[in-house]
Write a protein that binds this ligand. Structure first.
Ligand SMILES: Cc1ncc(COP(=O)(O)O)c(C=O)c1O
Length: 451
């Protein structure tokens, strides 16, 4: 039993949270939220003093690690200087952050709208794309997540959209195939496929007509760290240009050094028309999202009504820590570090495949990896189906993750894979600790493999 700043015990705090608050994306029954009291670097600490290695940076967002002193200082200083002023006013922090964004974002993105999450940054992107093009449809892909509000869940390809349909069926949203070279949604094999999945999007745009934009996660995150082959993005860019359709890169998770470049599209030198991001922009210390557009789009709104805004747009308390985050990333050289340590992490994760028959695929880029578990390496059938999650059935990946928690390693588990995205400051010894925990815990999944 630990003492806490309140008079409640750790157990009572967990109980209160369970009773009075909603657990996200789950049945409420069975939610047992662990009481967390502290976090530093790559670790967080529960109410009993137990430390956990944060192998997924919480929700793939605490890229700088916990309690970065410079970011905390920026929050404190901004609270003393100017905690809030409404969006119509100019502020030091808005000007400074915008100048910095011009340095680190892919070239060509030159005008910025700030939000308070990735979800509403996508909402802004869809609205801007529709206002700019005068067209209505948004083409998204099936294995994708773009946010939880009506427009963004409506453009989300994965199963979290299902329970809220038909009311949340995104008006004008259509879905095409994702790029997944491990298990191709249209049954092809790379490279003989010649990127048929991109050409299929072209076919859809031609036959749908009225398509305003294609929205893609350049490296799909929650849905399995799907890394496209090198030809994919240049091809998609050409398709969008030929068809007069905007390309929206949703870099909420893949941005900010996660993949070993500032942004994932930088791997393929592709310039999106709109880039959406959040999470790592402040290392998640405060809620900030960004919708960045080209000058061509910006110019349109010089004499057209920009029909969007929020009370908290460009909130100074969110912008100051973003400046500090970017400067810390530069000072610590974290983008290069993500690439270097990513090679080490990838090698270690790949070795798990040799020892564990349940591991079907290991893939990733930078410090962004997935381990996909299968019942059978030939059929590639996952250990659990989407329906299992929606019906609240216990998932094998959750059992493996629970075993890892016992060993002091926290990892994000999703359907039949893990998303491994540690803080970019992680050390090799911490990676080794995580691999040892996987080696132990994966025996649970190995016992479910078909003989
Ligand atoms: C690719 C992507 N887009 C959008 C979102 C939604 O962002 P937020 O949770 O900040 O609203 C997420 C969240 O995980 C994401 O991964």
């Amino acid at each position: 039993m630990s003492t806490t700043p309140t008079s409640l015990t750790s157990h009572e705090i967990s109980e209160s949270t369970r009773k009075l608050n909603y657990g996200t994306w789950r049945y409420q029954k069975g939610w047992n939220p662990l009481h967390i009291v502290d976090a530093e670097g790559c670790f967080f600490v529960d109410g009993n003093g137990k430390r956990y290695l944060d192998l997924s940076s919480q929700l793939m967002c605490v890229n700088l690690g916990h309690k970065n002193a410079a970011v905390i200082h920026a929050i404190e200083a901004q609270a003393r200087t100017l905690p809030y002023i409404a969006p119509p006013y100019a502020t030091d922090v808005r000007a400074e952050l915008s100048q910095l964004l011009l340095e680190v974002l892919p070239k060509g993105l030159e005008k910025f709208f700030f939000t308070t999450s990735g979800t509403d940054a996508n909402e802004a992107a869809f609205k801007i794309a529709r206002l700019f093009t005068g067209k209505s449809k948004i083409l998204a892909r099936y294995r994708s997540y773009h946010g939880s509000t009506m427009a963004s869940i409506g453009a989300t390809g994965e199963f979290r959209r299902w329970p809220v349909e038909p009311s949340a069926k995104g008006q004008g949203v259509i879905f095409g195939p994702e790029v997944n070279c491990y298990k191709c949604p249209i049954g092809h094999t790379y490279p003989q496929c010649e990127i048929a999945c991109a050409d299929y999007l072209d076919h859809m745009i031609e036959n749908e007509s009225d398509v305003a934009a294609v929205v893609v996660e350049p490296v799909v995150g929650t849905n399995g760290v799907l890394v496209p082959p090198p030809e994919y993005f240049p091809r998609l860019r050409r398709i969008c240009d030929r068809r007069g359709v905007l390309l929206i890169a949703d870099e909420v998770m893949s941005g900010w050094g996660r993949t070993g470049k500032w942004f994932a599209v930088d791997h393929w030198n592709v310039q999106p028309d709109i880039l959406v991001t959040a999470k790592g922009i402040t290392s998640a210390y405060v809620p900030l999202g960004l919708c960045a557009t080209t000058k061509r789009i910006a110019d349109h709104f010089e004499d057209h009504f920009f029909a969007h805004g929020h009370t908290y747009e460009a909130h100074p308390m969110t912008l100051a820590p973003a400046i500090a985050t970017i400067r810390e990333m530069q000072r610590l050289n974290l983008v290069d570090r993500s690439r270097e340590l990513g090679a080490y992490l990838g090698g270690k994760l790949s070795s798990l495949k040799e020892r564990h028959p349940s591991v079907g695929d290991v893939r990733g880029l930078g410090l962004f990896w997935a381990i996909e578990l299968v019942k059978n390496r030939t059929t590639k059938e996952p250990l659990n189906a989407k329906e299992d999650k929606l019906q609240g059935k216990p998932l094998i990946v959750d059992k493996v993750a629970a075993e890892m928690m016992k060993a002091g390693v926290s990892v994000n588990a999703w359907l039949s894979h893990f998303v491994i995205a540690p803080p970019l400051i992680i050390e090799k010894a911490e990676i080794d600790l995580a691999i040892a925990a996987f080696d132990q815990a994966l025996s649970i999944a190995d016992s479910c493999v078909e003989q």
